[in-house]
Design a protein around this ligand. Structure first.
Ligand code: FMN
Length: 209
């Protein structure tokens, strides 16, 4: 299988870094081809805007991101850093999103990756969302860590259902698949992580379930 790991954490020695390394090691050992988009290491620009279009814009008077994305995708005129990520996604059978929950969602660098790489025309179109999504047939897993305990992210928890942090990925693929990958990955969901965690506990938490 071709696996893409989209990883968003600024510190390689973090818990998220360890989870990413574990995923790469174990999937490679199992014979899969693994590619990592390490967004911080790449210095990925998360701010969608006119710079996303190479060359002539569709409309020079008014910038509509969706209209420009659609035209640029069709014309092969999306910025190089976006096209590279699109190619990785196109080749991937299985995508892992590895990130810490920051402010009840994903780090801005990953949200910006979605804004820019899930370009209209490539990732969605009218009638091509959720069950008819462009990425139907691909697998996705959200591997997110939280600082607070699991009960705060229970369906009736104060921070809301943990599945809500993966909603960004829903429209591009069947939502049920995105949801179940969050719920069925207890070994890759960790709560209460921090720098001072005893190494044995850290190892226990990142061991596959
Ligand atoms: C800016 C910021 C916002 C955060 N917001 C949340 C939050 O909303 N909910 C939560 O459970 N933890 C939150 N945390 C804690 C992180 O999720 C936690 O430290 C991280 O998952 C631990 O993984 P790491 O050791 O790889 O960084 C936040 C941390 C930071 C730095």
């Amino acid at each position: 299988m071709n696996v893409l790991v989209v990883y968003a954490h600024p510190e390689p020695k973090s818990f998220n870094g360890a989870m990413k390394d574990l995923a790469v090691e174990s999937l490679t050992r199992a014979g899969h081809d693994v590619v990592v988009s390490d967004l911080y290491a790449m210095g990925f620009n998360p701010a969608a805007g006119p710079g996303d279009i190479d060359g002539e814009r569709n409309d020079r008077e008014f910038f509509s991101l969706q209209r420009e994305q659609t035209a640029a995708y069709e014309a092969g005129a999306l910025a190089q850093d976006i096209s590279v990520e699109i190619e990785k996604l196109r080749n991937a059978d299985f995508v892992i999103f590895q990130f810490p929950v920051w402010w009840v969602g994903m780090p801005a660098i990953l949200k910006g990756w979605a804004d820019r790489v899930f370009a209209r025309g490539f990732a969605y179109l009218p009638g091509r969302k959720y069950d008819t999504g462009m990425f139907k047939g691909k697998l996705a897993m959200v591997a997110a860590t939280t600082g607070t305990s699991a009960d705060t992210y229970a369906p009736d928890g104060i921070d809301g259902d943990i599945s809500s942090i993966a909603r960004v990925f829903g429209p591009t693929a069947p939502l049920s698949a995105a949801r179940s990958s969050v719920q069925q990955s207890p070994g890759l969901k960790a709560n209460g992580t921090n720098r001072g965690m005893p190494p044995a506990r850290r190892t226990r938490l990142i061991s596959p379930a």
